[in-house]
Design a protein around this ligand. Structure first.
Ligand SMILES: Nc1ncnc2c1ncn2[C@@H]1O[C@H](COP(=O)(O)OP(=O)(O)OP(=O)(O)O)[C@@H](O)[C@H]1O
Ligand SMILES: [Mg+2]
Length: 260
C-alpha cells in the first residue's frame, strides 16, 4: 500500500445467507481524493461501506487503514480513527437546534466520560465552550447561520443533509463515506452540498468516498470513479472514461443514455 492510499480493501467478501453481496472485492481510495462508487442496484455498494465503517464484519479479506487491518472493528472504534459515515438526523435529535445537533457529536473528549463529567465539572465546561465555538465555525462554513437556532426537525431536506455533513466536521475525520447523500435534495441545495464537499476536500483535507446514482453529480465531484457490479469492481477511471466505455455502460447500466 502506497503512502497516498488512505484505505485499501483487499479481497473482501460478505455473504448474506448464501447471497454474496460483496465478492472478493479489492479497491483502494487515494488520500485527499473524492472517489466515487457507482453500480446498479444491489451491486454491493452499501454493503461495502458497512464493512469499511464497521457496521458489518467481513467473512474474509482485509481492510487496511493507517497500516492496520481494521476489518471487524466496531463503528465507534473506527469513528475514533476518523472513519465516518453520515447518518440521517435521528428522530430524537429533531427537537434540538441545528447548533445543538453539532454540539452533541461525540468527540472522544473527556466530557463524554461519565466519571470525568461527575468529578471534574469545570473541565467539562471548558470543553463545552470549545465545542460551541467549533460548532459555530461549522455552521458558518456551511452557511447555515440563518437556521442555527432552528429545530433540526424543521429544517428542509437539503439543510438536514448539510447538517449531517457538518456533524462529520465536529471530529477530526480523515475519511468520510457518503451513501446517496444527495437523494431527494433539490438542485440548488445540491449545488451547496457539492460545493461544501469540495471545500471540505480542498480546504480541510478530507477524503471522501461517495456512493451516488446521480451521474452528473458523480462526474462533477469525483475522480476517480469505481464501478461495482455483483459484489466486485469491474472498472475504475474518470467519469468520462467510464462513459466512453460502451461495454461497461451497456452491460451494467442498460443504455449509454442513462449514464451520459
Ligand atoms: N442485511 C442484509 N441481509 C440480507 N441481504 C442483504 C443485506 N444487505 C444487503 N443485502 C443484499 O446484498 C446485495 C447488495 O446490497 P447493497 O445494499 O449493498 O447494494 P447497493 O449496491 O447499495 O444497491 P443500491 O444502489 O440499490 O443501494 C443485495 O442483493 C441485497 O439484497
Ligand atoms: Mg445502497
Amino acid at each position: 500500500m502506497s503512502n497516498d492510499t488512505i484505505i485499501d480493501v483487499k479481497s473482501v467478501s460478505k455473504e448474506f445467507g448464501g447471497l454474496r453481496a460483496v465478492s472478493d472485492c479489492s479497491l483502494s481510495v487515494k488520500r485527499g481524493s473524492i472517489t466515487g462508487l457507482i453500480g446498479p442496484n444491489g451491486a454491493g455498494k452499501t454493503t461495502l461501506f458497512n464493512l469499511v465503517a464497521g457496521a458489518l464484519v467481513p467473512d474474509s479479506g482485509e481492510i487496511i487503514f493507517g497500516g492496520e487491518d481494521i476489518a471487524g472493528l466496531r463503528p465507534h472504534a473506527l469513528f475514533a480513527k476518523g472513519i465516518l459515515r453520515t447518518f440521517q438526523i435521528a428522530h430524537e435529535f429533531s427537537h434540538m437546534t441545528a447548533l445543538e445537533n453539532l454540539m452533541v457529536v461525540p468527540s472522544g473528549q473527556p466530557g463524554e466520560n461519565l466519571a470525568t463529567n461527575w468529578f471534574r465539572p469545570g473541565a467539562v465546561a471548558g470543553i463545552e465552550h470549545d465545542v460551541r465555538i467549533k460548532a459555530l465555525d461549522v455552521i458558518e462554513f456551511l452557511k447555515l447561520g440563518h437556521v442555527r437556532d432552528e429545530l433540526a426537525g424543521n429544517l428542509s431536506g437539503g439543510q438536514k443533509k448539510l447538517l449531517e455533513l457538518g456533524r462529520t466536521m465536529m471530529v477530526d475525520a480523515s475519511l468520510v463515506l457518503l451513501d446517496e447523500v444527495a437523494a431527494g435534495v433539490n438542485r440548488t441545495l445540491l449545488k451547496d452540498l457539492a460545493a461544501n464537499i469540495v471545500r471540505m476536500n480542498k480546504e480541510l483535507g478530507y477524503t471522501f468516498f461517495v456512493i451516488e446514482h446521480d451521474m452528473d453529480l458523480i462526474g462533477e465531484l469525483c475522480d476517480p470513479v469505481i464501478v461495482m457490479a455483483e459484489g466486485a469492481v469491474i472498472a475504475e477511471g474518470t467519469m468520462d472514461e467510464i462513459r466512453a466505455n460502451p461495454a461497461i455502460v451497456e452491460a451494467y447500466f442498460g443504455t449509454p443514455v442513462e449514464v451520459g
